[in-house]
Write a protein that binds this ligand. Structure first.
Ligand code: HEC
Length: 188
């Protein structure tokens, strides 16, 4: 589990925070507590430089997440950008590549689970409803196929990717959620 060690560390001291809605242009900051998805992780790694055999695999390979995790682990010695990922990030990237590759890593990268959560999961309730839940992938897929959610537009592979992203990265303790996103945001 990604978060248990963090519970209770934040906000031990009563800070004089007021729940102010985010100002225009600061959306990125207010969502910074939501862990990066595979697209952002890959973008950063590409900017730092990846060996050609790895970028070629992204353009060609269609393998599952466990296989991608092995490929990433094997690439560590020649790729500091991959070596620098923690285990959760490597898993997040492996699941992203499993559902989205093959694609051209020199082109625009396909959206990741975090991108989808921010794009698709805020119009009826705040993102907190999503990212604070800890669930199995079957439970996430069940939520997305429930009547309230079935009309959200994604491909089947994207739903699987979003579920995998949330299994690895959701369950964020409420202490880590900015006060402005903690309560009162559900409109259903
Ligand atoms: C069209 C409106 C709408 C959108 C868009 C939406 N939701 Fe919801 N969501 C609801 C409603 C209505 C409820 C409460 C009723 C229910 O649980 O079905 C809810 C409740 C939830 C819950 C808590 C209750 C449960 O089912 O466990 C979760 C988790 C959730 N949504 C996840 C998501 C995710 C993930 C997305 C983005 C992929 C999303 N929602 C986008 C309407 C929406």
């Amino acid at each position: 589990m990604r978060y248990p060690a963090l519970v209770g560390i934040a906000f031990c001291v009563a800070l004089p925070f007021v729940a102010v809605p985010p100002a225009v242009g600061q959306e990125d900051d207010v969502f910074a507590f939501i862990p990066l998805g595979g697209r952002s992780l890959l973008e950063a790694a590409l900017a730092e430089g990846l060996p050609n055999d790895l970028t070629e695999r992204i353009a060609e390979a269609e393998v599952d997440a466990a296989a991608w995790r092995n490929i990433l682990d094997a690439a560590k010695s020649g790729a500091p950008a991959i070596d620098g990922l923690d285990s959760w990030q490597a898993d997040t990237l492996a699941h992203y590549l499993a559902w989205q590759a093959p694609f051209d890593p020199a082109g625009e990268l396909p959206r990741d689970g975090r991108d989808m959560a921010l794009q698709l999961c805020q119009s009826c309730h705040i993102i907190t409803v999503v990212v604070t839940q800890e669930r199995t992938r079957e439970a996430w897929l069940g939520t997305m196929n429930s009547p309230s959610h079935v009309e959200i537009t994604t491909t089947d592979a994207e739903r699987e990717l979003l579920a995998d992203y949330l299994v690895i990265n959701a369950g964020i303790p409420i202490d880590l959620v900015p006060p402005a996103l903690r309560a009162g945001g559900a409109s259903y």
